[in-house]
Design a protein around this ligand. Structure first.
Ligand code: SAH
Ligand code: SF4
Ligand code: F3S
Length: 444
């Protein structure tokens, strides 16, 4: 059979980006070609996200678009990832042009599943888990960046926050051994990568079945031991996301203080500033406990930047309860905040509650929190003007070919004028201007 070209489109979180990289690696190994554009690809794979209704709808819109966009022979369309895992067979009925449905554990098997479709099977489905001992190998050639790499350390989630679909789409927590993770990071370092981001829905719950690779590293939790082990590889920069407040141990801050290459950024989603809502969300932490974690981060001798996620309009959230969230945001002075309007997900415990905050009211709360955050952020960002920051130059800036773009260790985007030879290097930049979500500066 001739070589088929495959175009992969990725929606959702870093875990999906990483899964797409694994799928791409496997496809290349099996003689498929990867296509950058969808226009002429023989196969289009959509790696999907189900976190909010809008994310899910995107997929079905995209399937229709692909179908209408081709005059001649239709490409083979496959739906992978979280929507596939949750919707399964029903995708074939709602989108008859889809020929393959493969869930969140099927990355390894995509080549053979595609072979079955080519062999004449019309509706191929695989919702099985990742095989025991399956490798997470990713070819450097298919990584989303040549300089920054995502390294999964834990998959799935056991938290069951009442609004969230992830425990259903990704299943129970499974941690990789530190030995494998450290091996990945060492390879990445040898391949010239400057930054790794250890990823998981909830990295603080990292708990491998065997401690292989953690021997000799101290720390209050397996995760903080892992941080020390990974930092000891000498990788230039190590970031990690997402942290779960209840399990965020102060030893993580200690590890950051001990190792310069552990970056000074913590993403710690709070979701609400009101204890009744937090309980209804089953987050397992109170406002007071969250503020203790925040204090541990802010009192560090490293200047650690803190970002968060908040959901507005959870079922039953009153005006006063929402105002508690505003007050919390004011206190925490996040360096970045992702705000989401509550979206009901079928099958979650919160879906049994009445989604009684109107659409307009959710929008009002969203804008009010966004306004407050923009005011806080403007102050935070302006404070950087005149300061020197270290930036990993990751590529050209979106606006201009004579500017480069990268991130600070505190995860802020910085644009600066410099020639392309600096791409892939950590450079020093003097900040000259603050925008709403980025900084501008001069190369030193
Ligand atoms: N594991 C991470 C984040 C998972 S999803 C954590 O525990 O924080 C990323 C963000 O999407 C969440 O932090 C939450 O703010 C938001 N989110 C998840 N489910 C949602 C829902 N049903 N409606 C609106 N926002 C949601
Ligand atoms: Fe969802 Fe909560 Fe798990 Fe995060 S910790 S993925 S919000 S269930
Ligand atoms: Fe979305 Fe699945 Fe990630 S639902 S946020 S792609 S785990």
């Amino acid at each position: 059979m001739s070589k088929l070209s495959v175009h992969i489109e990725t929606f959702g979180c870093q875990m999906n980006v990483s899964d797409s990289e694994q799928v791409a690696t496997k496809l290349r190994e099996h003689g498929f070609e990867l296509a950058d554009a969808d226009a002429s690809a023989d196969v289009i794979l959509l790696n999907t996200c189900s976190i909010r209704e809008k994310a899910e709808q995107k997929v079905f819109r995209r399937v229709n678009e692909i179908k209408r966009g081709r005059a001649g022979r239709q490409p083979l369309v496959g739906v992978l990832g979280c929507v596939a895992q949750l919707e399964g067979e029903s995708i074939f009925n709602s989108s008859p042009s889809v020929q393959l449905v493969a869930g969140t554990g099927a990355a390894d098997r995509i080549p053979s599943l595609l072979d079955r479709v080519r062999g004449g099977e019309s509706r191929v489905i695989d919702l099985g888990g990742r095989e025991e001992g399956a490798d997470f190998e990713i070819s450097p050639a298919v990584r989303h960046s040549k300089h920054v790499a995502f390294v999964p350390i834990i998959e799935g989630c056991n938290k069951f926050c009442t609004y969230c679909i992830v425990p259903y789409s990704r299943g129970r927590e499974r941690s990789r051994t530190a030995f494998e993770i450290v091996e990945d990071v060492e390879k990445l370092r040898a391949d010239g990568f400057k930054e790794v981001q250890l990823i998981g829905q909830n990295v603080n719950s990292y708990r491998p079945r065997v401690e292989k690779g953690l021997e000799g590293f101290s720390g209050a939790t397996p995760f903080s031991r892992l941080l020390r082990a990974v930092a000891s590889t000498g990788m230039t920069r190590v970031k990690f996301t997402t942290s779960f407040p209840r399990d965020f141990h102060a030893d993580i801050v200690k590890a950051i203080e001990e190792y310069e290459n552990l970056c000074n950024w913590v993403h710690l989603p709070v979701q609400s500033g009101n204890n009744r809502i937090l309980r209804a969300m089953r987050r397992g932490h109170k406002v007071e406990e969250y503020l203790e974690r925040v204090a541990a981060v802010k009192n560090s001798r490293r200047e650690i930047s803190l970002t968060s996620d908040i959901i507005v309009g959870f079922p039953g959230e009153t005006d006063e309860e929402f105002e508690d969230t505003l007050r919390l945001a004011e206190k925490c002075e996040f360096h970045g905040l992702y705000i989401f309007k509550y979206s009901e997900r079928r099958g979650t415990p919160a879906a049994r509650l009445k989604d009684d905050v109107t659409k307009d009211e959710k929008t009002r709360r969203f804008l009010s929190l966004e306004n407050l955050q923009m005011a806080i952020q403007s102050k935070v960002y302006k404070d950087y003007v005149g300061r020197m920051v270290e930036v990993l130059a990751e590529g050209f800036s979106a606006r201009s070919d004579s500017d480069l773009k990268g991130h600070t260790t505190c995860n802020k985007v910085v644009n600066f004028a410099a020639s392309p030879e600096f791409i892939g290097k950590v450079v020093r930049v003097r900040v000259t201007e603050a925008k709403a979500h980025s900084l501008f500066g001069q190369l030193l």
